[in-house]
Ligand binder design. Sequence first.
Ligand SMILES: [Zn+2]
Length: 375
Amino acid sequence: MVKVVASTFSALLLTISAVMAQINVADYPTINEVPPVTSAQVQAWLKEVDLSGAPNIPVLTAPKGSPPACVVPAVANSCVWTCDNCPSDDITSCAVPNTWGLTFDDGPSTATPTLLDFLKTNKLSASFFLIGSNVIQYPDTVKREVTEGHHLASHTWSHTALTTLTNVQIVAEMKWTEKAVMAATGLRLKYMRPPYGDINNRVRYVLKQLGYTPVDWTGDAFDTNDWRIGSSGFTEAQAVSVFSKSLDTYVNSTKASGFYCLEHDVSATTVSAALKLIPQGISRKINFANVATCQSDASPYQSGSNTIATTTSGSSTASSTKTSGGTATSTSSTGSGSSGNNTSSGPKVVSAAGSQVASIGVVSAIAAAAAALLA
Ligand SMILES: [Zn+2]
């Protein structure tokens, strides 16, 4: 089994290395700007998508780097998640009980490798909601995320509030990011998170036409506020304290559903916070999983190699890799004492606190089911 896994791992690396060569920054739009819709590439994409049924909801305005103000009274049929408390059919919670759906937004950045080291040590798998502008700057980090068993998703090209963009601009934001990640990894993204959580029914329609499923976070209590650290006297210790109270409330609930947090791998500050926040979940015996595992989605990409990796709080892991041709090439399901992140060896299985922890069944069972589906 170890040889099979190692062989598959090598094949995956070779495949990714081959497609890596296709990244050429000059082929992409200006970073952190809404891509022009007049380019031949965007015009070609627009021919592939039918926007004729988009609801007639006005395009809002906002300063660059901010979401728009809430419209009061609410626009009929708009269903803005952050303003109207209206998630429509967005995913807003992890379907696995007692589970922290681990998500990081706004990367990759120079801080991401530190987070990846921590996740690897603790045998945790996350979903990374990537900004396309950053993907073309740090493609090797995106490649590393895949090879270490994480799940990739979209966070648009320029991180502009989507309700302030036209339908065709939304297409450009999503497709350029999709192209960049495809070039880096061979994976065509399927899940996305709207910047600022800013989404309404018009945005949802366009996303759906492009094959994307929005994943919000589980409300204000699960915003870690890592983005506020360093401003207005708000400290990392305060963020950890506030979030710990949310975790206590969750632990004392029925925990029938898991939750998704708002966290970021955008800077050393937010990554430092993550390294303090995650142990708060581990010490409360909350399991961890990426979006693919939370939603029991054995095909968490629109196309390309499917990688499912799941871990609990450092105790039990399973991963499975499927090639783009649809043939399962390996399945690894491991308990304590070995690694499950697509590698044949790894660090000892210990919790962040350094103590050996028992196998946690539910996430492992789902991972095994996912592996069975792939096999
Ligand atoms: Zn963001």
